[in-house]
Design a protein around this ligand. Structure first.
Ligand code: F6P
Length: 766
């Protein structure tokens, strides 16, 4: 039992203290009793002296007589009474002359006192004992003249009463000391038990439970001493920290196992594709563009999710990326076949550029893709425009891309990953030419509902073109559902809802969601450490962001991104909470995009005007609430702003995924920032810990900005940590591995007839 040794310890302590107290009190009592005894003896002796002086004259006189006569003379006066035992008279030579009856019995015991009195000529006080009785002896010289001693008079007292009284007092003191000892022991044992032993016992028990059972209860409160209590609190905190670190480490170990890396994807791709099958990615947008600026060639990485996502995949797996060479210095920076190896500073794969005429680019890219399909697929209230001429260019351009792919493959075999709405016809063109190719199509933008899609006059051809792919990927399940609904309504085909597959003319296409993601920032060539700090300091100074809370937006300038809604929310935030004026700045890094389309050009102008109005309304002393930085910002700058910003705002009116949201989360190694995210961006499904807003609801949006600015550190950290883990785990390598695995698992069955735009059986079902 735990209590026994503790009780023994308390008892020992009690007895020790009692012994100290007992010894102290005992010695004081002893002193006291002794003093009283001496006082009593002094009284007796004073009395003896008085008695002796009274008898001295008669005794002196009697000594002048012979002994017998002197005895007769003195005898009646030498008897005692009660404690006075009596008197005795001696000659200077020690001969007893006369004594009381009692004294005569022990007169021989008085000889020493008599001889000493004679020798010193002074009174002598001595102690004798007769038959166990203590006797006080007072001897006085009988000196009729100074220096002439005639005899010695002795007075004897029985002092038994003094000894008895002293003994009685000692017994009494002893009794009280005993009581005091018992009381002390009891008090000490009780006090130490209540004050120390029991709380320490409870504390030890609590520690045991914290250590072994992971209990979350607070430390016991009765712990003595504030210091120990605060140490206990700390100990508890460190126990928990140690445990949660342990848990985190084991979670991190599991997490690390789950995280896909570039190397893991490379190994996986080789296994999935086989040794002889090459990987080909085909998209409109190229990953590296050569542009002439001020007479110099600059390599630009275009803004947008497609490049962000696919470049790391090609870097990991190698292969060929076929894309439109849209840069004005692209031709001069590629070989005769339009090829070059990229990334320029660390070549990992081949970029094959497809050349389009200005008219083709205008009709196919600006016209059909971005004035037709783009607004068709985004519910951003922008009216799609479909021109027959644009459609012709679209078909022609898609054929060019397909030809480039087939040219690259030559006689070999390949898995082809077709990207996005600009190339909807490419899968069927490839399948028609090379049925054994494994073809995947990933649709980076939302898929509309069947009613919306029916607007497109070329809907059946678009769908048939897409269904040349063995695997069709969208970001969300909802997009997959809408796509199958659309196919069901528009094409004569067989739908397998159980397996999410469409069979068109004997060829089966599987449809599945693959939420796309990003590459870790740590793998990219962006500054870190002191270099990053210096870069941030420069940016802050340049844009007057030194003392303010920075919120950030990073977008291609596109009407689907909800930029006016975002600016208005910032305006409303400052209207409602003016205390944030001078303390809050929203920075928008806006990359101009598709500027040959009037709607896009107008949009930039519209945004600049709006930012200007809002700034004019709130600005003072050099501070402006909105910094709208319209330019192509390189990855390092975007990263520095993301690391600097306390908040990132993504307010898309409709977005397939929106990788800016994930990029921001990935740029938070300290788990510090807040993400405000539109519910209409695909990313909102995965990043539920963001502050989710409806960008059309300005009041709610402004309140979310305020909630984000005022969010306490613990909540901020917890939310960002969960999001960052999700993004780390579901990174771009995992996305690519999942897509390749699924593509490799599809059976490549040739269609029984052409699946191309002119598919004869295509019909519109109303
Ligand atoms: O988000 C759709 C998308 O086509 C992406 O695939 C691409 O990253 C982005 O738009 C950029 O568009 P553009 O190539 O027209 O600049």
């Amino acid at each position: 039992m735990a209590g026994r040794p503790q009780l023994a310890r308390s008892l020992r302590l009690g007895f020790l203290i009692a012994a100290i107290i007992g010894a102290t009190v005992g010695s004081l009592a002893w002193r006291q009793v002794n003093q009283e005894r001496h006082t009593d003896l002094d009284d007796v002796n004073r009395r003896a002296q008085v008695l002796a002086r009274q008898l001295a004259p008669a005794a002196t006189k009697a000594l002048e007589l012979p002994n017998a006569e002197a005895r007769e003379e003195l005898k009646p006066r030498l008897r005692g009474y009660r404690v006075l035992l009596g008197y005795a008279v001696f000659r200077p030579d020690g001969v007893l002359v006369a004594a009381g009856d009692t004294v005569s019995e022990f007169s021989d015991r008085l000889e020493a006192a008599v001889s000493r009195t004679v020798r010193t000529g002074a009174d002598t006080i001595a102690r004798a004992r007769f038959q166990g009785t203590p006797i006080d002896v007072f001897a006085m010289p009988l000196e009729p003249e100074p220096g002439v001693i005639r005899g010695v008079l002795v007075v004897a007292h029985d002092v038994t009463f003094i000894d008895d009284r002293a003994t009685g007092r000692l017994v009494q003191f002893g009794f009280w000391i005993l009581i005091l000892t018992l009381l002390t022991v009891t008090l000490v044992v009780g006090a130490t038990w209540l004050t120390y032993e029991r709380p320490l016992h409870t504390l030890a028990e609590w520690m045991r439970r914290v250590r072994t059972e992971n209990v979350k209860e607070a430390p016991p409160t009765g712990v003595p001493s504030a210091l120990l209590r605060s140490e206990t609190d700390r100990l508890a905190a460190s126990f928990r920290a140690a445990r949660s670190t342990g848990q985190r480490l084991s979670q991190a170990a599991m997490h690390a196992e789950q995280v896909w890396t570039r190397d893991r994807l490379r190994a996986h791709a080789i296994a999935a594709l086989g040794e002889d099958r090459q990987l080909i990615v085909v998209s409109n947008r190229e990953p590296y563009m050569h542009q002439l600026q001020d007479g110099k060639v600059r390599t630009i990485v275009p803004a947008g999710g497609l490049v962000t996502a696919l470049d790391p995949v090609l870097r990991a797996c190698g292969g060929v990326w076929i894309a439109h060479g849209a840069g004005d210095a692209d031709r001069d920076n590629a070989d005769a076949g339009g090829r070059l190896t990229v990334p320029p500073d660390d070549p990992r794969y081949t970029l094959r550029r497809v050349w389009l005429t200005r008219e083709e680019e205008q009709g196919y890219y600006y016209g059909f893709a971005n004035e037709g399909l783009w607004p068709l697929c985004h519910l951003a209230h922008e009216r799609p425009v479909f021109r027959a001429s644009d459609w012709e260019y679209y078909r022609r351009a898609n054929q060019r891309f397909a030809d480039a792919v087939l040219d690259e493959i030559g006689g070999g075999s390949a898995a082809v990953l077709v990207q996005d709405y600009q190339l909807a016809l490419v899968p069927a063109l490839l399948k028609a030419a090379r049925p054994e190719l494994q073809i995947g199509l990933f649709w980076h933008i939302p898929w509309p509902n069947p009613e919306a899609f029916r607007i497109c006059p070329y809907g059946p051809e678009i769908l048939a073109g897409m269904l040349g792919a063995d695997l069709l990927g969208f970001h969300l399940q909802q997009h997959c559902n809408s796509f199958l609904d659309t196919v069901d309504r528009v094409l004569e085909s067989r739908l397998d809802w159980d397996h999410f597959a469409v069979e068109l003319k004997g060829h089966v296409s599987h449809v599945q969601p693959f939420p796309i993601s990003v590459q870790p920032w740590s793998e990219r060539k962006v500054p870190g450490g002191e270099e990053l700090a210096a870069q941030i300091a420069v940016l802050k100074a340049e844009h007057k962001l030194g003392e303010v809370y920075v919120a950030l937006g990073v977008d291609r300038i596109d009407y689907t991104k909800g930029l006016p809604e975002r600016f208005r929310a910032v305006d409303r935030f400052l209207e409602l909470w003016p205390e944030y004026r001078q303390r809050f700045t929203f920075v928008e890094l806006g990359a101009p995009s598709r500027t040959h389309i009037p709607r896009y050009r107008d949009h930039i102008a519209e945004l600049e005007k709006l930012a200007d109005e809002i700034n004019w309304k709130h600005q003072s002393d050099g501070w402006k609430p909105i910094r709208f930085l319209v330019a192509h910002h390189d990855a390092a700058t975007v990263h520095a702003f993301m690391r600097m910003a306390s908040m990132c705002i993504v307010s898309s009116l409709h977005d397939g995924m929106n990788l800016v949201a994930k990029e921001y989360v990935a740029a938070q190694p300290e788990r510090e920032g807040v993400l405000v995210l539109s519910e209409f961006a695909g990313a909102a499904r995965e990043l539920a810990d963001a502050l989710i807003v409806n960008p059309y609801d300005t009041e709610q949006f402004a309140a979310a900005i305020r909630a984000g600015v005022e969010m306490d550190a613990a909540e901020r950290h917890a939310r960002m940590d969960r999001m960052a883990r999700a993004v780390e785990e579901h990174n771009i390598y995992r996305w690519a591995a999942a897509f390749l695995t699924r593509l490799a698992a599809t059976r490549t069955v040739a269609a029984a007839g052409p699946l191309t735009a002119a598919a004869p059986d295509a019909r519109i079902v109303s």
